[in-house]
Design a protein around this ligand. Sequence first.
Ligand code: C5P
Length: 223
Amino acid sequence: AKHGQLANKKILITAGGTREALDPLRYISNRSSGKMGYALAQAAVEAGASVTLISTVELKVPFNVQLIQVTSSDDMMAAVSDHFQTADVFISAAAVSDFRPSQQQTQKIKKTGNEGLTLNLVQNPDILATVAATKKNQFVVGFAAETQDLLNYAKDKLVKKHADMIIANDVSQKGIGFNADDNQVTIIRPHERPQTLPVQSKLETARSIVTEIAKELADQLQN
Ligand code: C5P
């Protein structure tokens, strides 16, 4: 038998920014590096979990992690849907594009004289909210990256996304959050005071988050 805080648990994690194709050559995306998701995958493996990582980026895959490479939010939704039902924990660390081009051109979009180009975008489905609405015993963790009013937006997401925990970070602060190596997050749960972790590496942050998730799973068993 495996040892560790998350022994015999299946953890599903998403990481990175999705890419929404405009044509065969171009896409719309965001600045997410995927580092936090990969750090969580490593911390979960260290805790003895069996880990599936659904990722849009190519970073060094932690030992023993099952990687599923995806590109668009559509691909990510399909992969998450495939694995959610059998997971014990779902951590949605990906920066899913809120919008995608309403049409994906099959041929390269060409310049026409000096005219500009207007893109029509449609909203993407919320992967986290969609799968979490179907949860049975899964423990669901979402992220909230905000530039203002962090705690209120994060608490709102707890409810709207059917999440059991929201990891909130203020991306307006330099040196933490998006693309940085360090992070500082606040853990939001129902009926508990927000818990702010120290500024630390993403791996240390991930280990702290994994410990908090393991505690919640142990509490679930007792109740
Ligand atoms: O609504 P917002 O994008 O701020 O919420 C962030 C959280 O929701 C993250 O956990 C992200 O992975 C998830 N999300 C999602 N699908 C979307 C948008 C966000 O799963 N279309």
